[in-house]
Design a binder for this molecule. Structure first.
Ligand code: DX5
Ligand code: ZN
Length: 207
């Protein structure tokens, strides 16, 4: 069964707390978007000391420039299980992997729509997960780009040892096709938090 991970992209810590409490009864992990206004124009709340107080397991999606300089402060947080960095932002993936693994955490490589799956084949053996962006990073509620399905298929076919995660544009209408293409995990923000019934939305996405 595909794993559904609620995505949270917010400026305000109290909203992050609220969203965590809304989904906590139904999931064991959330995906927290971190944006620095540099790798992407937008920013999010990004104070690790406060984020460390959230009572749920976290996957942190770093949409930041030069993640080698900030990855450690995320990987050390006790509630962070995994950290994703972007292929387009990282200059020293070795260093990132070393820092994340030294904390006993998992590391994922995210790829933007313009980055091909085959383009990261030299890096993939170093990481635990590949995260295929279904949209340009920066905001939630965008429509999934049609190439995403083929990229998921390629990732599943070429990279047998990594989990294939999809982030951005996941909906009730496309989740079946993503799973059929080989997705192991789906991150969903608006499809969950804009739904009238959060529990029903999570269950329906997973079904
Ligand atoms: C985009 C973020 C996504 C986003 C997903 O930059 O990385 O995680 O919040 O939002 P939806 O599911 O609404 O496309
Ligand atoms: Zn994300």
């Amino acid at each position: 069964m595909v794993k559904i991970i609620p995505g949270i992209l917010e400026q305000d810590f109290s909203v992050i707390q609220q969203k965590v409490s809304l989904v906590k009864p139904y999931v064991d992990m959330v995906h927290l978007d971190i944006m620095d206004g540099d790798f992407v124009p937008q920013t999010t709340f990004r104070d690790p000391a406060q984020i460390a107080t959230l009572d749920i397991r976290l996957g942190v999606h770093l949409m930041v420039a030069h993640p080698e300089f900030s990855v450690k402060k995320w990987a050390t947080l006790a509630n962070v299980d995994r950290v994703f960095v972007h292929e387009e932002a990282v200059t020293n993936l070795d260093e990132v992997v070393k820092q994340v693994r030294s904390e006993g955490k998992k590391v994922g490589l995210s790829i933007n729509p313009e980055t091909s799956v085959i383009g990261v084949k030299e890096h993939i053996h170093m990481v635990d997960m590949i995260m295929i962006m279904g949209v340009e990073p920066g905001q939630s509620g965008q429509e999934m780009l049609p190439d995403t399905f083929e990229k998921v298929r390629e990732a599943k076919k070429y990279f047998e040892k990594v989990l294939v995660v999809v982030d951005g544009g996941v909906t009730m209408a496309n989740k079946k096709r993503l799973v059929a293409s080989g997705a192991d995990e789906l991150v969903a923000n608006s499809a969950i938090f804009d739904a009238p019934d959060i529990k029903a939305a999570i269950e329906a996405l997973a079904a």
